[in-house]
Design a protein around this ligand. Structure first.
Ligand SMILES: [Zn+2]
Length: 297
């Protein structure tokens, strides 16, 4: 008798499993590069889309190399969403091959709102400015509507409501950041990912490496950053989720060698979100802002 019940339960699970798979085939297949875009597409597409992220939490998009598996995933997708502005440096060839179904969100943003390093290079880390992320939400929402018109109404209303959620997040950040005095708003990180955060929320930012993690860290850079920390009595500097801690350690050692001290603050999410609750952009940003404000007080 017991065995029969178990068999029935097994059959039921199998049937339910099939039913779920059946609905899966109606989902719209979307490939994204970063975890930030993965969350954005899920917020807007909800259960009408199936999202595959090429770079999981902790993967550095500046360094990621395309694999044969990535090419197959992109081939089978209906829509490909990349961050652009040369963030995914090693994927340009593969993206050119699938140009007709690919959007590169950063390249579609209003150029007047972007940070130009020189006339050819734009800082790609735009997701740290919530107002720019709202613009990104609009771009992704419109791309979903165009690619999958049968759910256009849902995508539109999800886009509008997510932009409102981001409005609330932006207000929360402004309030939180106002707990710091102006002279405390100096952010030292491993690589230059926080330029948009700094310009949006009134910080000065100093990075030990350049805009890409591929850049070299020089002794000169370490000395300059140590100068800034000592002159401004900076209390904490920050490590990042996608960058090894060694460069931050060298700065701490240099500051200590000169008879001063600086703490290492919480790890910040830079070029990838986290896992569990921090796999959502809004939570990861709150984690960063809380860590920065508490570390610099
Ligand atoms: Zn970066």
């Amino acid at each position: 008798m017991k065995k029969t019940i178990i068999t029935i339960i097994f059959i039921l699970i199998t049937i339910t499993g099939c039913a779920t798979n059946d609905t899966d085939t109606h989902e719209f297949e979307i490939v994204v590069s970063t975890t930030m875009l993965g969350d954005l597409v899920k917020q807007i597409g909800q259960d009408h889309v199936h999202v595959t992220m090429l770079f999981g939490p902790g993967i550095d998009p500046h360094l990621a190399q395309p694999t044969g598996g990535d090419t197959r995933i992109i081939q089978n997708a209906k829509l490909v969403v990349f961050s652009g502005l040369n963030l995914e440096t090693h994927f340009s060839q593969i993206l050119n091959a699938y140009e007709d179904k690919t959007i590169q969100v950063g390249d579609m943003l209003d150029k007047g709102r972007l940070l130009f390093i020189d006339e050819n290079e734009i800082d790609p880390h735009f997701w740290f400015s919530v107002p720019l992320w709202q613009e990104a939400a609009r771009i992704v929402g419109d791309a979903l509507k165009e690619a999958d018109p049968s759910h256009a109404t849902v995508y539109e209303s999800n886009t509008v409501s997510y932009i409102e959620t981001l409005n609330e997040l932006n207000q929360w950040i402004e309030t939180k950041v106002s707990e710091l005095e102006n002279h405390q708003k100096i952010l030292v990180t491993a690589h230059d990912a926080f330029g948009y955060f700094a310009s949006t929320y009134g910080f000065e930012v100093f990075a030990i490496a350049g805009l890409s993690t591929e850049g070299e860290v020089t002794t000169q850079n370490i000395n300059l950053v140590a100068d800034v920390i000592i002159e401004n009595h900076v209390k904490s500097i920050f490590i990042e989720s996608t960058v090894p801690q060694t460069t931050i350690d060298s700065v701490v050692a240099e500051v200590e060698r000169r008879g001063s001290s600086v703490k290492v603050g919480n790890e910040l999410y830079s070029d990838s979100l986290g896992s569990e609750i921090d796999s959502e952009y809004t939570n990861a940003i709150k984690h960063n802002v809380n860590s920065i404000v508490e570390g610099l007080k």
